[in-house]
Design a protein around this ligand. Sequence first.
Ligand code: ISL
Length: 604
Amino acid sequence: GQEADWWRRAVVYQVYPRSFQDTDADGVGDIPGITRRLDHLDALGVDVVWLSPVYRSPQDDNGYDISDYEDIDPLFGSLADIDELIAGLHARGMRLVMDLVVNHTSDEHEWFTASRSSKDDPRRDWYIWRPARTVEGLEPGEPGTEPTNWGSAFSGPAWTWDEGSGEFYLHLFSVKQPDLNWENPQVRRAVYEMMGRWLDRGVDGFRMDVINLISKTYPLVDGPLRPGALYGSGFEAVANGPRIHEFLAEMNREVFASRPGHVMTVGEMPGVTRAQAALYTDPSRAEVDMVFQFEHVGLADGPHGKFDPRPVDRAALKANLAAWQEALAPQTDAQGAVVAERGWNSNYWDNHDQPRAVSRFGDDDPAWRALSAKTLASVLHLHRGTPYIYQGEELGQTNTVFTGIDSYRDLESVNHFHERVGVGDDPQAVVAAMAANSRDNARTPVQWDASEHAGFSTAAPWIDLAPNAEEVNAAAQVGVPGSVFEHHRALVSLRHTDDAVALGTFRLLDAADDASWVILREHVGAQGGREQVLLIASCSREGLALGEGSAMRERLAAEGLDLGRWAEAERVLTASLPAEQAGASGAGVPERLEGWDSVILRRR
Ligand code: ISL
């Protein structure tokens, strides 16, 4: 029904609290800061806020290392502050999705301090402990005696020796993020009960951190060692393991099934394939509503991973996103009407782990930044599925410029630097290679205005602002016709009012062209009324000729799309024009789009 499916028409906005808005002058964003900025989110029109972790945490990985799931870190505020945020969101018709980080806890969580206290502790089995491997000439616990050859996601081995109890514990991420043992039913029970208490508190859903890693394949064995790599990969052994579907279905049954309304869930799943995602998001299986997949952002990784970046091949990017559309497409009838949903996409360009959208996928040169940010937004929002806007993306915020290692804050970047320099790489070269893809690009503060510290804080921020805060900020955009913000607002509103954009079928045209993006959406209503929405985007500085006899027109005609039939079509949104002027500029396909311009047309 309509109510149970509310999330399919929703737009989600991600808040990374540390960098959103500071109110207590410590240079770190906080929960009262989010509450203070609710009008910004309301103006944008988003339906859901996904809040990155605010739970009690030693902040080794900025809150993704949780030491108490049931309390708020004093850095961010208090339980009363979160209650106030929930009330403020609900009063404006928005919902709150909390981050759920349960593949691992902090090593300072009481479950882990108990677990490490002795081999006989009742909580010993809540984490993944293994004795040292016997290696001739090495003492147990020495490097080389780890149970497997796996590296952690944040450099170094995935196993750390615990001197006190004489065993290694597994941590796929940092030393301070020990993996929970989901084989143990008590662990699962404790997690489900904790989730239930957050739902009781009024939260509306969960974004589940690396949730496809919770079921490991036992026994744990060495993984493949890439040439030049320091450690083997444990990925095969930990991702999408044998019990993952069972665990997610159990969670759904135990935590969500009995709740009134629909609890929105999105599973973050590194390495998930399209076939697996079709299972995870099949509504009849009741696991998760949608997943975050990584294929499209992985296209920018070189053979040595994210710190060996490559330019993004746009034709490959288009093909990849279209393949995801196809894999999770609905069942349709002979008229093309959607009969049943079989899966659902989540669509994102960036988040707190990825570089800024406009820098990676658009053109962040000041002359092209705003227009390419708007066109990228049109492309994202015209895909079928739930769009995610990461804080600052609605302003066209860019990557930052860091020249020395001292500016970096993220443990992934900092650890990587030390590991590479430790094996003899040139420090300058390592820093240069980190610039494009460091997670810190996304973590510079939201640029609210042109004042000192960009309105983010009255104190120096915990991480330097990006250098363009004086030009690129909310005060210069909210309510300003033609701004990146107003363009996003128009796209959010379009999803709410247009059935083809929200629910229509998806088709990519002219797939091989790397300088454009053409998407056709189609909705057939209950009465048989047909609506089509067409996006034509220029994705380079060159622009696109679209008039009679143009190469693009002919290529589209060869695929069965006759632009002649669109002569009277309504112009819904043009990136280079304020939203309210889109229609006034005329009807039908323009003769030409200038570089990075795009147009959304509608025909009924
Ligand atoms: O950003 C990454 C490294 O390049 C990803 O591999 C990232 O670690 C992965 O997407 C999992 O991310 C999530 O879990 C991590 C946390 O550091 C990320 O911020 C979070 O989004 C561990 O909890």
